[in-house]
Design a protein around this ligand. Structure first.
Ligand SMILES: Cc1cc2nc3c(=O)[nH]c(=O)nc-3n(C[C@H](O)[C@H](O)[C@H](O)COP(=O)(O)OP(=O)(O)OC[C@H]3O[C@@H](n4cnc5c(N)ncnc54)[C@H](O)[C@@H]3O)c2cc1C
Ligand code: FES
Length: 351
């Protein structure tokens, strides 16, 4: 099977070299590059391009391999009932098939100051383990000073992706990796589901430094993530120490109007090319660029993944929604083009 996008020139090709069944509805796809090797950081995702009736559709899947172990590039994905592309990949894709990707992106990565960090807590639920698995392997193999805790929620151990690998890692890195598997079918209800009561208990149990100094990574269903974030905030953990990856691009986002809906000029630098165009609400910068067929990166189109982040060097970009850029990113001039609108004048962006 070859899923060919409408304009394949700007995409990278990946051939599936192996497929591993992880649980009943989860598979890992292992790739070999066909043209150029794809660089990535642990915790990032690949955005794939599919062609649906001559129209491009994109889906992102987190990378489960770790560059620190020189593992071949791989993604791990769950079959979604009624899901167009997760079903296509899980049910019909075979070894030897070729997929098209725009490459790796995402901000759910280890920080630049990792040498100063002492402990990482990973909170994962279900398929949310995928980017966490890559980060956790990298933290253990590459950063020998780090203490690592994984709190991993599933219905039961048969559905737990990477269960055996994780148990083996806990043995290999005894003293550095602690794992709390939570199974919602457990008879012990006090340790079944992660809740705003259980999370502080587990932090007290496993923390080796002050809870405000731990770096937390969260990935799972929307309600799980919301509970975990609020609970950490209530514990006094600063937002800068909470990293989150949201797989859900479906839940509606609030609709708010920019403070300025006048048309403004945008100068956009992409891959050494400069484009000039006008953007006016309700069209976002990304929508305007797509209409002009400018090869600009994007995936979720809802301010949740970070694929479309750009640097704003002049002017002001107002974001209708942002789940990924931190205050530090925003202060450095980073913006999202999918939920971004120029306000108060013209702007210059570099992707
Ligand atoms: C940054 C990022 C990283 C991701 N990483 C992974 C990963 O590592 N592994 C993985 O399996 N998925 C991952 N996803 C989710 C994945 O991209 C798709 O959203 C998912 O596979 C559904 O796509 P689809 O084409 O099968 O379904 P669609 O055809 O888009 O949707 C069909 C129906 O399924 C429901 N649906 C869509 N997405 C979800 C979802 N995520 N959970 C529950 N119901 C849903 C919708 O309600 C919709 O009605 C990631 C998403 C993002 C944004
Ligand atoms: S495309 Fe995902 S944040 Fe913009």
């Amino acid at each position: 099977m070859e899923v060919r996008p409408t304009d394949s020139n700007i995409y990278k090709l990946l051939r599936i070299s192996a497929i591993r069944q992880e649980t009943q509805d989860v598979k890992t796809f292992i790739f070999e590059p066909l043209d150029i090797k794809i660089p990535y950081s642990p915790g990032q995702f690949l955005t794939f391009i599919f062609n649906h009736h001559h129209k491009e559709e994109r889906r992102s899947f987190s990378i489960s391999s770790s560059p620190a172990l020189a593992e071949p590039l791989s993604i791990t994905l769950k079959r979604i009932e009624n899901g167009a592309y997760s079903r296509l990949l899980i049910d019909r894709t075979q070894v030897g098939d070729i997929l098209y990707t725009t490459g790796a992106a995402g901000l759910f990565t280890l920080p630049a100051d990792i040498a100063n960090r002492k402990q990482l807590f990973f909170l994962a639920a279900g398929i949310g383990i995928t980017p966490v698995f890559s980060l956790l392997k990298t933290a253990l193999h590459e950063y020998h000073h780090l203490q690592v805790v994984l709190i991993y929620s599933n219905r039961h151990n048969k559905e737990t992706v990477f269960y055996n690998d994780l148990v083996a890692l806990e043995k290999k890195f005894a003293g550095r990796l602690r794992i709390e598997f939570l199974f919602s079918n457990s008879f012990d209800l006090s340790r079944a589901r992660l809740s705003k009561w259980l999370l502080p208990t587990l932090i007290s149990e496993y923390a080796t430094v002050a809870k405000e100094d731990i770096l937390y990574y969260i990935c799972g269903p929307f309600t799980y993530m919301r509970m975990a974030i609020i609970s950490l905030q209530e514990q006094g953990v600063p937002d800068a120490n909470i990293r989150k990856e949201n797989f859900d691009t479906v839940t509606a986002i609030p609709h708010i109007l920019p403070p300025d809906t006048e048309p403004h000029n945008v100068v956009l630098n992409v891959q050494g090319q400069q484009y000039n165009f006008t953007v006016q609400y309700p069209q976002s910068i990304l929508q305007a660029a797509k209409k002009l067929h400018i090869p600009i990166p994007y995936s979720c189109e809802t301010g949740r993944c970070g694929s479309c982040s750009a640097l704003c060097t002049t002017g002001t970009v107002w974001l209708s929604y942002n789940e990924v850029l931190t205050d530090t990113d925003l202060a450095a001039g980073k913006v999202l083009t999918c939920t971004g609108y120029p306000v108060k004048g013209n702007i210059t962006l570099t992707v």
